[in-house]
Design a binder for this molecule. Structure first.
Ligand SMILES: [Zn+2]
Length: 361
């Protein structure tokens, strides 16, 4: 349902409107946020007109989507490639058992729930795998990009897109009890590649292999949402310039000094966007009748380390040439150069999702 912004003025002569550009219901609904001096009436109007893309609707993204819908963001574009599973419910705020039983894609389940939370918010649900090819279509025309992804490949694509378009984005990540938040205002603050020029090499911890606590995901997503509200309300000057790291188990919270922009940064310094032009993305091909091959070029994988990480999750067989991981109905075969064959599906999105989860790309 579209936000009925234009309708506000049609019956304006009746003096029913407490605030110009806002209905009485909106003024009441968002009154506590409007009363907060950092937002105010002007900030709330901006929020009502804003469009935000949430990339990944898992633990972080589902919290952000719900929180921004409650805050009155006019349009939310929710992009996610996965279907709901029972193991998501421990931390993925918007979803319920019925969604899992119905086998809903996360983006669709999120849109349904948001329609009940705040029908004034227009939600565009995209059940899609974000790639260089569809990034312009899926991410174009939004005021802000929120990172709810679970993999570095997509984050570097987001950074390329955001820096190339001058759009702000907020990096957020959580695994185990640890999380991190870093807002990126292109041209103003350091971008992801100023701080981490290349994605981390080797096997990375994932929520599947290391586990994750609900509270760290909601904490990271809350911080991202707070930064988002500052940006959407037009209060860029209040956006945190620091990287915040939190461990909810040890209780340690750190704010790292604001990283400097690197004039030699490939992205925001030199204007090179290899993830966006597709040259850095792992090509994928259908392989046989029921398998997908993921060709990686520069991400060597330590097979014994990966075998150790996966051992508790399913049957693993490993030798020096390949690792096979059995996860019925799927079977992953991973090679030392990072290439993998995912058997049991012809769906490229499913294959990439399994790879991201279990190999930790
Ligand atoms: Zn940079």
């Amino acid at each position: 349902m579209a936000h009925w912004f234009g309708n506000c003025f049609e019956t304006g002569g009746l003096a029913r409107f407490i605030m110009e550009g806002m209905t009485p219901r909106e003024a009441e609904r968002y009154s506590r946020q409007i009363r907060f001096s950092g937002i105010g009436e002007e900030g709330q109007k901006r929020i009502l007109r804003a469009c935000v893309a949430i990339i990944g609707c898992g633990a972080l993204g589902s919290f952000e989507a719900g929180a921004l819908a409650r805050a009155g963001v006019g349009r939310l574009r929710i992009i996610d490639r996965d279907y709901l599973e029972l193991s998501n419910l421990q931390r993925q705020w918007l979803f319920e058992e019925a969604d899992v039983e119905e086998g809903l894609p996360k983006a669709v389940a999120a849109a349904r729930r948001i329609a009940r939370i705040n029908p004034g918010v227009e939600v565009e649900a995209a059940v899609a795998d974000l790639t260089a090819r569809n990034a312009g279509e899926l991410l174009g025309g939004v005021d802000l990009l929120l990172d709810g992804t679970d993999n570095f490949e997509t984050r570097y694509l987001l950074n390329d897109f955001a820096v190339s378009r001058g759009a702000p984005w907020i990096y957020g990540a959580a695994v185990g009890s640890y999380g991190l938040v870093m807002p990126v205002l292109p041209g103003e603050t350091a971008c992801l590649r100023c701080v981490f020029p290349e994605p981390p090499a080797g096997v990375q911890p994932t929520c599947e292999t290391t586990g994750v606590l609900g509270p760290i995901t909601s904490l990271v997503a809350s911080l991202q949402t707070a930064e988002a509200l500052k940006i959407l309300a037009g209060r860029h000057e209040h956006v945190s310039r620091r990287i915040t790291t939190i461990d909810v188990w040890s209780g340690v919270i750190r704010q790292l000094e604001p990283p400097r922009r690197d004039p030699a940064c490939p992205a925001c310094g030199r204007g090179e966007f290899p993830w966006l032009d597709g040259s850095r993305r792992a090509p994928i091909s259908l392989c046989g009748r029921n398998a997908v091959q993921i060709h990686e070029r520069s991400r060597p994988v330590d097979l014994p380390a990966l075998a150790a990480a996966l051992a508790e999750l399913g049957e693993v067989r490993v030798n020096e040439f390949a690792l096979r991981f059995f996860l019925p109905p799927y079977e992953l075969t991973v090679f030392p150069d990072g290439r993998a064959i995912v058997k049991g599906t012809q769906d490229v999105g499913v294959a990439r999702s399994l790879y991201a989860r279990y190999v930790g790309n």
